[in-house]
Design a protein around this ligand. Structure first.
Ligand code: TEU
Length: 542
């Protein structure tokens, strides 16, 4: 177990993300719950993770699956009670697993009492907790669009004003310019810290300092000022791990977010690599092949750019992204090998790895009929593109590739009905491949994807080069191989990945012949070639 009383304990930690709706149901409601997470803590302890990033479980109308919060200090009855949360925190602690709550501070639900009061009159003390502009019905203040489709402005007749929302209309943006609002948020965070949570993930934190009159959403002028105040008033009073979701962060900004003096957050969660396979300037649905060489160079830039002066999150999956084994790997013939390769590529780097539920089993994307999708982003896109005349097949291809519901299908625990997730009707279809891909089959199996993740996580704890080493990209222009070296004062680590369905010629670089093989997804083979999706790690003293 990590000593979490030490500042920066999280530099060696591995996180596991739980999307509670889809993790484990204990009531037959068809929706996962907190007791379900408690039931599965031993599974997570066996995997070896140190913290759980728990997607929002606060009271919510669930328009965006909890990313629309109506009470930051209450648990949604869908998931249980505050007593269940206290139990989860203390049961987690016993196993060395901390809870990292997912705070949505950029916006609230339109059903939050603040907003319900705010919309009644311009004189209401809560009115200024949100972002309002005068106007006339039918003519929004400007042409800004919301992330989930439509205008970013919504008219409220009672106050004869528009309010601003960067996401759904039911997710009005909070006004961070208002110091009273900021104080309320800090008090709420301190209240959770007193209950024993070990960290926070901050949803779209790069968007809090918006200036809609200048059409500024991410990276507003006051962003880092707000973050420093937030951190000083809350996180710095404890030994927490904090991560800020920031789609728009570049390396220079990431250094501010994750400055080693702890003045803002522990780390940034940025998407430069993830966005490489979407057409520049277009939407995520507009696919293009992954530019592999650029992917390697992008990882290398971030590894080198933050070494010693910042800290990054390492992830390929989360609740908003497709399953990478389907997206960048091969979820057919080479599912197991490519799942392990993607993990090898990522877990050899510096930063905090995040494992998204089911990733450690090699869970895959799903193809649903349009009626089967639940995600509002997916459904809005379908509607908008239908109306714009896109062919049905093209729209569905985008959903199969990128819909957020790919990641949100229920966790596959065993081969009993509904994969052991629920005895009721699951809120979103279980992937039919659960009879073959499930935890029960994998936990004890030495060659499983699960066992491979467990070993990778253990390596990070036992070999300091994983957390301390610098990074050098080898073979930068190679179209199939991702090879890099890490090096600290005492050791060198070599990570080799063959991103391909084919065998690829490759020779061990000079000086590595006697190195220890730490892990690999095949038995050691003949020199001179790598097998399809082969990955391995070698280590040697300097
Ligand atoms: O996501 C931020 C965000 O910008 C997403 O809307 C992203 O563009 C989209 O998911 C890509 O498909 C965060 C949460 O992670 C997401 O689940 C929420 O819906 C969103 O904020 C609003 O709170």
């Amino acid at each position: 177990m990590l000593d979490k009383t030490k500042r920066n304990w999280w530099r060696q930690a591995v996180a596991y993300q739980i999307y509670p709706k889809s993790f484990q149901d204990t009531t037959g409601s068809g929706t996962g719950d907190l007791q379900g997470i408690i039931r599965r803590l031993d599974y997570l302890a066996a995997l070896g993770v140190d913290v759980i990033w728990l997607s929002p479980v606060f009271a919510s109308p669930q328009v965006d699956n909890g990313y629309d919060i109506s009470d930051y200090r209450a648990i949604d009855p869908l998931y249980g009670s505050l007593a269940d949360m206290d139990a989860l925190i203390s049961e987690g602690k016993k196993r060395g697993i901390g809870i990292m709550l997912d705070l949505v501070l950029n916006h609230s639900s339109d059903r939050h009492p603040w907003f319900e009061a705010a919309r009644t009159s311009r004189d209401n003390p809560y009115h200024d907790y949100y972002v309002w502009r005068d106007g006339v019905p039918g003519t929004p203040p400007n042409g800004m669009k919301a992330s989930f489709g439509g205008s970013a402005w919504e008219w409220v007749p009672e106050v004869k004003q528009y309010y601003f929302h960067q996401f759904a209309p039911q997710q009005p943006d909070l006004n961070w310019e208002n110091p009273r609002l900021r104080r309320e948020l800090y008090d709420m965070i301190l209240w959770w810290m007193d209950r024993g949570v070990e960290g926070f993930r901050l949803d779209v934190i790069d968007q809090i300092a918006k200036e809609p009159d200048r059409e500024i959403t991410a990276n507003g002028p006051r962003l880092h000022e707000f973050l420093r105040e937030l951190s000083a008033e809350t996180f710095q009073k404890g030994c927490l791990v904090t991560v800020g979701e920031a789609w728009g962060a570049d390396i220079e900004r990431a250094k501010l977010y994750s400055a080693p003096d702890g003045s803002e957050l522990s780390m940034v969660f940025q998407f430069e690599q993830i966005m490489l396979d979407q057409q520049p300037g277009k939407e995520k649905w507009d696919l293009q092949p992954l530019p592999f060489v650029e992917l390697k160079k992008s990882f290398a830039r971030w590894q080198q750019g933050l070494h010693g002066c910042g800290f990054n999150s390492l992830f390929l999956n989360n609740h908003d992204l497709p399953r990478t084994v389907s997206h960048w790997g091969n979820d057919g013939k080479w599912r197991v090998q490519s799942a392990k390769l993607l993990a090898t590529m990522l877990h050899g780097m510096e930063g905090m790895p995040y494992v998204f539920q089911g990733e450690e089993l090699g869970m895959t994307n799903i193809r649903l009929p349009i009626e089967g999708y639940r995600d509002l982003e997916s459904l809005n896109m379908y509607r908008e593109r239908k109306a714009a005349g896109y062919p049905e097949a093209e729209i569905m291809a985008s959903l199969y590739a990128k819909s957020r519901d790919n990641a949100r299908t229920p966790m596959q625990w065993d081969d009993s009905p509904n994969a052991g997730f629920t005895t009721g009707t699951p809120w979103l279809s279980v992937n039919p491949n659960y009879t073959a891909i499930n935890a029960a089959r994998q936990v004890e199996a030495p060659d499983s994807v699960f066992s491979y993740y467990r070993q990778l996580i253990a390596l990070r704890k036992s070999h300091p080069v994983f957390t301390q080493g610098d990074f050098t990209l080898l073979e930068p222009e190679h179209p199939k191989l991702f090879v890099y070296r890490r090096q600290d004062d005492a050791h060198q680590l070599l990570v080799v990945c063959n991103f391909s369905d084919e065998e690829t010629p490759w020779t061990l670089p000079e000086g590595w012949a006697g190195a220890d093989r730490l892990i690999g997804n095949y038995a050691p083979g003949e020199p001179g070639r790598l097998r399809p999706w082969e990955a391995l790690m070698l280590e040697q003293p300097l």
